[in-house]
Design a protein around this ligand. Structure first.
Ligand code: C2E
Ligand code: CA
Ligand code: CA
Ligand code: CA
Length: 276
């Protein structure tokens, strides 16, 4: 356990020592708003194009600060990573998402899966598996309705701790998804070290479709996903042309503005009743 904690702490600037950091004030505001549950969740539908059914929703955090206004996720996630707040943020999003999914279930709104984003750093959180298991027990949700997306990046450590944490979550039935897949850092050997059930084709490839190179890369991602028994999800799909191209290649699950942007809770509920 001690080893675990030390590993976590080495990853970031100690909050207390960072007082001279130019973004210290913003990090403090984020920390306070997180403690008071003042961030919001938005939900983007993922569609199964074979029968146009709802496959799941991806949860995207939103932060509007009194002091700093609306801050984009890319910025506050980087901030949270730098100031050691990221596990707190990701765990908060995970908790809220499970509570929301259970509440929808209780109201007859059936969302098959909910996907949350996890920074690679958040897997260092001690007793992550127990925390998630307790949450599943408390809400009565199936582990298989919870997806954890981890961005394929240089930050992914092939360290034993990271792999152990992923395997732990997989062992209790949580779905592991590799986000932004194809953006360059992956190699197959590393990929096969952990139990990935979803590959998300990065928006960068989708936006260039039907460009020949993008099409070839998208086909490679699809064939890798088949090989490892994972579901391929194309994200950032905006146009009919991109959609038909992906469908003709064999992509079955799609996410993007063409179906819906990320929606607030009440917007998602309206959307659900409209398509049902
Ligand atoms: P991501 O996980 O790759 O999420 C997809 C991003 O693409 C989202 O941006 C979404 O709003 C946007 N998007 C979806 N469909 C389309 C489309 O058709 N066209 C275009 N142009 N964009 C589309 P967003 O919400 O700004 O989030 C940015 C990133 O911030 C996310 O990228 C994710 O890596 C990170 N993030 C968001 N929430 C969390 C969180 O709770 N924890 C962590 N660790 N990261 C988060
Ligand atoms: Ca994601
Ligand atoms: Ca992504
Ligand atoms: Ca991304």
């Amino acid at each position: 356990q001690d080893e675990h904690v030390e590993f976590v702490q080495n990853e970031y600037v100690e909050f207390d020592q960072g007082k001279t950091h130019p973004f210290y004030g913003m990090a403090q505001a984020l920390s306070a708003d997180l403690k008071n549950s003042l961030l919001e969740l938005h939900y983007q539908p993922q569609i199964n194009t074979v029968d146009n059914s709802l496959y799941g929703v991806e949860v995207l955090a939103r932060w509007t600060s009194d002091e700093f206004g609306s801050v984009t996720p890319d910025r506050f996630v980087a901030l949270a990573e730098e100031f050691g707040l990221i596990a707190e943020l990701d765990l908060w999003v995970l908790r809220q998402s499970c509570l929301q999914l259970a509440s929808w279930r209780d109201r007859g709104i059936h969302i098959p899966m909910i996907a949350v984003n996890f920074s690679p750093l958040s897997f260092n959180y001690p007793s992550l598996k127990n925390e998630i298991q307790a949450l599943l027990d408390q809400t009565g949700l199936l582990a298989s309705s919870l997806v954890i997306e981890v961005t394929e990046s240089k930050k992914i450590k092939t360290s034993d701790l990271f792999i152990d944490a992923i395997n732990d979550l997989h062992s209790i039935g949580v779905i592991i998804s590799l986000d932004d897949f194809g953006t360059g850092y992956s190699n197959l050997k590393r990929l096969l070290k952990f139990p990935v059930s979803q590959l998300k084709l990065d928006r960068a490839f989708v936006s260039d479709l039907p460009n020949k190179l993008s099409k070839e890369l998208s086909a490679v991602v699809l064939s890798i996903s088949k090989k490892i028994g994972a579901v391929a999800i194309a994200e950032g799909v905006e146009t009919q042309q991109q959609l038909s191209c992906l469908k003709s290649m064999g992509y079955e699950v799609v996410q993007g503005y063409i179906f819906s942007p990320p929606l607030s809770k009440s917007e998602l509920e309206h959307w659900f009743y409209a398509v049902e």
